[in-house]
Design a protein around this ligand. Sequence first.
Ligand code: G
Ligand code: G
Ligand code: MN
Length: 431
Amino acid sequence: MSKVPVYVADRVALFKDLEHFVIEHQAEEKKLAILLININHFRRINIVYGYQVGDALLTEFTRRLRHLSRAEDYIARMGNSEFIMVLPGILNEGHATLAAHKLLSSFDEPFDLGEHKHKITADMGIALFPDHADNIPGLFQKAEIALLDARNRVQSYSIYSDNAEQHNFNAWDIEAALENALAGDEFELFFQPQICLQTGHVFGAEALIRWNNHDRGYIRPDFFIPVAEKNGQIHSITWWTINTALRLMKDWPDSWVPLKVAVNLSTKILMDPDLTDSVNSALNLWGVNHHQFTLEVTESALMDDMAASFAVLDELKSLGLNISIDDFGTGYSSMSYFKYVPANELKIDQSFVRFMLESDMDRHIVNTVIKMAHGFELKVVAEGIENEETYEALKALGCDVAQGHYLAKPMPQQAFMQWLDDYNQKKLSKD
Ligand code: G
Ligand code: G
Ligand code: MN
């Protein structure tokens, strides 16, 4: 068995080592591509299985990279889960794209890690010489920007472009833009449907904020929510989300059961002394039944200050609204206190659901969480369901509620109402 590739510890030496590529390419018409590749959620593999299995994954990962590369390509490990590939002598950008596709699709096949099978995903940023920079450090910088851009997309690779640089928020005053977003009416609320797995009825929807900035288009919440949490704007954004969700759900047509709406609550808001009163007032203002409103709190938010957060959730729950523990399974919390958690619902993190058919471990985790949650009389929501097989598997495991691209992506109010109508029609004709 080959050894785990060691890091390139000395970046200066690496850059020097790669300089000859640039010199050779200066003389010819050909291009040079730098690929920066990162294995997603690698740390979790080390945590769940241990380093030995993590190392086996790195070894197999490197083998796949080598298997698809040419003799003249250069491969090195840059960090814990980050690799670079240098592809000399390519003719155009299309060749780099082709290589990216080939590499990424080689990860579709689950990794055989001794007793376990595990499916991974990776992101890739690509920069080209001489198009994007005329020296090695410059190319690496552009590849980093492209990698950041790739993380921000559905497609998991990105070639550097000035457009990608717009996602480099160091170069953009996102805080100032965010200050203007509410007044400028730049926020939109999308809804992603949730279905009762056992009956097929619509359960409700998760409300998800979208920021459509006048200058830069859609900016993902992963980017701007942390900024808003730091500068305090998360408060006004949360109240906008809650009030908009309640206002819009008043227009939803009747379904089999009164539909629920779920809103994500930032950790920063959970400790707001006015939280309970404000939520209560908003529900009364819009005339929405407390049982139809759900607040999603991440598992890690609860861990920060368990006693305090449990007290707040207790108060909210006693008002009659629903509490859902979001991203469950990623917070490494201990099982022992779960009998005390003031919640109605657990949402299994999508990273476990996504590959539960390919990964024995993920399926095992999902099954265990469902059993445990039911033991504590909590409903279980699975999100990140992308195909029918996963939907059926979850149904067979006794999971309660389903959410994911297989059913529908998050969408604006009008599209959501249309979707509801279509879904209910289809269901009627099937029953
Ligand atoms: O919708 P999307 O997959 O892009 O969401 C990315 C992250 O942003 C998710 O973790 C989601 O919970 C969070 N998010 C989406 N809308 C809101 C919101 O209105 N408030 C808060 N605090 N987080 C949100
Ligand atoms: O962190 P939180 O669980 O709130 O994140 C919810 C986000 O997950 C939603 O904004 C939605 O865009 C995303 N999501 C939901 N279902 C799927 C899915 O099936 N596939 C992918 N890739 N994302 C999903
Ligand atoms: Mn959520």
